[in-house]
Write a protein that binds this ligand. Structure first.
Ligand code: G3I
Length: 342
């Protein structure tokens, strides 16, 4: 094996992959970044960090635009890389017509169904999987019960349609899958569900509830935006994965990065190796875990510093010389290999 994807396959996984962005961002013109993105020994799967989100794909009501997504697919998904399509429903990165519109349960349900149907049918089996619903649960819920309104994120979807919007989205996706005889896997995707706790319990309850309604759900995406030194142990992550697997779904690590305050100390850099090994190793330990996706691989293009000022160093590579200079591989990269081989 010559890279992360090779090692992941050797460990029986489908892929090791990465998120990547769209034109208009520096990463698409940085030739060193691009050369690494094209390295199929490392990356067997790609996820568009932005290109398929609602603000890009339905900028005006009923007007679908797949320009950015097509550029992403032609570029990042070359060499037969699998694509995890992201996402059909989220509270964030919505167009103004949607966030500023006046909606009822009925009208918003139709909008959601129309969006899901169009995207699933349009991209078809070019998607290995779809994140159908992203981040439906709040971080403040304590019971994990779907009947408890503090379990749910208070957003446009929940506040207008109620908790049933998740089933609306999955049902529409399933209908499109059946109409077009697709193989695409339908996922629920969230963060802070990577170890036991109320939010993970809520996600498990959601899987049970959809299955009880005979609605297709094939997998749960564990985003895994971790913090150096606070990453759940390998055993904690793998037992949480097993809890999902026991419900009859696949799991995947979908957005892995492990941040710290910058500049990272030598001790933090060492701990990051351990933390990457724990997370990737947990996926290796669980048959139902299909693969791992890094939420981009180069600190230069990470979402972390703009969301958490003063933090970063979360990815597997960095560019000490700045834009368009050689990438340096971190010890954390070897941590991933360690996780896949031990
Ligand atoms: O498209 C506009 C561009 O027109 C404008 O000039 C530029 C100026 O700021 O902004 C561009 O939009 C940015 C967009 O990325 C595309 O580059 C947004 O400001 C920026 O907020 C957005 O960030 C994305 C973030 O989701 C939004 O919340 C990140 O790239 C993306 O990595 C991140 O990904 C999310 C997952 O989808 C879900 N899980 C959490 C994860 C990290 O936040």
């Amino acid at each position: 094996p010559k890279g992360l994807n090779d090692y992941a396959k050797k460990a029986g996984k489908l892929y090791f992959g990465t998120a990547a962005d769209v034109p208009g961002t520096n990463e698409t013109t940085d030739k060193y970044y691009r050369a690494e993105l094209a390295n199929k020994h490392d990356w067997g799967q790609v996820t568009p960090a932005n290109a398929m989100k609602w603000v890009f794909t339905e900028p005006e009501q009923g007007v679908f635009n797949y320009t950015e997504a097509e550029i992403f697919l032609a570029d990042a998904a070359s060499d037969g890389k699998l694509v995890r399509c992201h996402n059909l429903n989220w509270y964030n990165q919505l167009p103004n017509w949607l966030t500023q519109g006046t909606w009822t349960n009925e009208t918003l349900t139709k909008v959601l169904e129309n969006h899901v149907t169009n995207l699933v049918e349009y991209f078809g089996d070019r998607c290995y999987a779809w994140d159908v619903v992203n981040e439906a649960f709040s971080d403040s819920g304590t019971t994990g019960s779907l009947a408890d309104n503090t379990t749910w994120r208070s957003d446009l979807w929940y506040n207008t349609i109620g908790p049933g919007y998740v089933a609306v989205a999955f049902k529409a996706a399933e209908k499109a899958v059946k109409a077009k005889k697709l193989k695409v896997k339908l996922y629920y995707n969230d963060y802070n569900i990577e170890n036991a706790g109320a939010k993970s319990s809520a996600a498990q309850a959601l899987v049970k509830s959809l299955k009880a309604q005979n609605i297709q759900i094939d997998g749960v995406g564990l985003q895994s935006h971790f913090i150096v030194g606070e990453t759940p142990s390998r055993a904690a992550q793998s037992s949480n994965m097993q809890a999902f697997a026991a419900l009859g779904v696949d799991v995947a690590i979908t957005e892995l990065d492990i941040r710290t305050t910058v500049p990272a100390t030598a001790a933090e850099q060492q701990q990051q190796v351990v933390d990457y090994a724990s997370s990737v190793g947990a996926c290796a330990d669980v048959d139902a875990c299909v693969g791992v996706t890094a939420w981009d691989f180069d600190d230069a293009y990470s979402w972390i510093p703009s969301t958490f000022p003063g933090q970063g160093y979360g990815d597997l590579f960095f560019q000490p010389g700045g834009y368009n200079t050689p990438l340096v591989r971190k010890a954390a990269y070897d941590g991933c290999i360690q996780g896949l081989t031990s």
